[in-house]
Design a protein around this ligand. Structure first.
Ligand SMILES: NC(=O)C1=CN([C@@H]2O[C@H](COP(=O)(O)OP(=O)(O)OC[C@H]3O[C@@H](n4cnc5c(N)ncnc54)[C@H](OP(=O)(O)O)[C@@H]3O)[C@@H](O)[C@H]2O)C=CC1
Ligand SMILES: CC(=O)[C@@H](O)[C@H](O)COP(=O)(O)O
Ligand SMILES: [Mn+2]
Length: 382
């Protein structure tokens, strides 16, 4: 039995994680659930999973929840997240929170020697070196949940990582893959939220439309698999059936395929190192699909991907700036304060004015993150 703390329980990944746990009550039990402000949904999950502890984003949310909950301790904010990630009883932390807020809980969970299933890619982008240093020091398992990274991780099982020639990350192209750049000028929030293959939270869906998601994933892959950027390729694959591939030195290529169902990588991270059945799911039907398509990635069409690769290669504090500027810009786009193409403009602006700091510590990263968000807000409101 694995005892689990789940951060981001009310989100897209969080709910699918609970579906996996619900289907395997003999293997997984919830210790704590953390969420932001969605009290309605959280109440149902607290009732069903009876966690010992719940963490909410702020005091107002705690007040709303208090009347509904008995026998569960309600904690608030970052101290609460850290407490439930480090509790003695916990074996596995699933970090499915959105954004940079996931960084400190991640670091604390690793320091407490917990196995970590990580969906929260912003954490690895903003401070991958700190996370991987902590993983190496504490010798914990850091298990990818992101579909591409789970695919690569699965392809690497039983392999010697020294024999890897390159990773090939697939990209669906997102909501606007059929549009030219000129056709992106007036796109609406609703259009941007229509991902062709996956049902996901709003922020990652916008990242996918701008191709920043793939940029974040390249940086995430660099840290998770310890490979130089020139060994990480991205190709367009509109069906999202091959979730990613590994080419080995002998030119053999291993791919992981499956339907676009995040329960597959989530469950693999939870059950690792074994596989368990995924019930209520369809098998991949290649005959119905009949063909799979691949295209070269056009970095001029998708400048966010180009900026992310450059920031990753340059390293230091630049990925922190990239991530913070993107989080702020996407939030403002979703709030109707910025156009879709404005997202890439403000990220470019934030990166250009930043003076890189090599090997930033946690305090420096948090300060740069805050400062970058301010700069982006000021720039947009001007
Ligand atoms: N969705 C997907 O299929 C995939 C997602 N990912 C990654 O997984 C992560 C989660 O994505 P997704 O599930 O789509 O996101 P969602 O927006 O659907 O969910 C985010 C979750 O985080 C919670 N949250 C937000 N802010 C805070 C906070 N300050 N304190 C505590 N909890 C907070 C939300 O709570 P509430 O809603 O209650 O406010 C919600 O539970 C992201 O990093 C994303 O890039 C990676 C691959 C696929
Ligand atoms: C499900 C998942 O892992 C997402 O990150 C997905 O990959 C988004 O798809 P694209 O970014 O390829 O559009
Ligand atoms: Mn992904």
């Amino acid at each position: 039995m694995k005892t689990i703390t789940l951060l981001g329980a009310t989100g897209s990944i969080g709910q699918q994680t609970l579906a996996v746990i619900r289907a395997h009550p003999d293997q997984f039990v919830i210790h704590a659930l953390a969420f932001g402000r969605n009290v309605e949904l959280a109440r149902q999950f607290i009732y069903e999973f009876q966690p010992e502890k719940v963490v909410v984003q702020d005091k107002e949310t705690k007040q709303k929840l208090t009347a509904w909950v008995s026998g569960t301790k309600i904690l608030v904010g970052l101290p609460g997240l850290i407490e439930v990630c480090t509790d003695e009883a916990v074996d596995l932390v699933v970090n499915a929170i959105i954004g940079r807020i996931g960084l400190e809980p991640t670091l604390q969970a690793i320091k407490a020697n917990k196995t970590l299933a990580i969906a929260n890619k912003e954490t690895l982008v903003t401070a991958g070196h700190l996370v991987m240093d902590a993983v190496a020091k504490h010798q914990v398992n850091l298990l990818p949940v992101d579909s591409e990274h789970s695919a690569i991780f699965q392809c690497l099982q039983g392999e010697n990582e020294q024999t890897v020639k390159k990773l090939i990350i697939t990209a669906s192209g997102g909501s606007f893959r059929a549009r030219t750049r000129a056709q992106l000028a007036d796109v609406s929030i609703e259009d941007a939220l229509q991902h062709p293959n996956w049902s996901m939270g709003a922020k990652i869906t916008i990242d996918s439309a701008s191709m920043m998601n793939k940029g974040l994933e390249v940086i995430e892959a660099h840290w998770l698999f310890g490979l130089d950027y020139d060994k990480i390729d991205v190709i367009l694959h509109k069906e999202s059936v091959i979730h990613s591939m590994v080419e080995f030195q002998d030119r053999s290529v291993i791919a992981q395929l499956g339907n676009a169902d995040m329960r597959i990588p989530i469950q693999y991270a939870l059950s690792y190192p074994t596989r368990i059945p995924l019930n209520d799911a369809d098998s991949l039907d290649l005959v119905s699909l009949s063909q799979l398509n691949f295209e070269k990635m056009d970095l001029e069409r998708f400048p966010c991907l180009a900026m992310a690769i450059e920031a990753g290669k340059s390293g230091g504090s630049l990925p922190t700036v990239l991530n913070a500027a993107n989080e702020q810009a996407v939030a403002m786009f979703l709030n109707n304060e910025l156009s879709f193409l404005g997202i890439e403009d403000v990220i470019e602006y934030a990166l250009a004015r930043h003076v890189k700091i090599t090997n930033p510590d946690l305090e420096t990263i948090l300060a740069i993150d805050e400062e970058t968000r301010l700069i982006v807000r000021d720039q947009i409101k001007r």
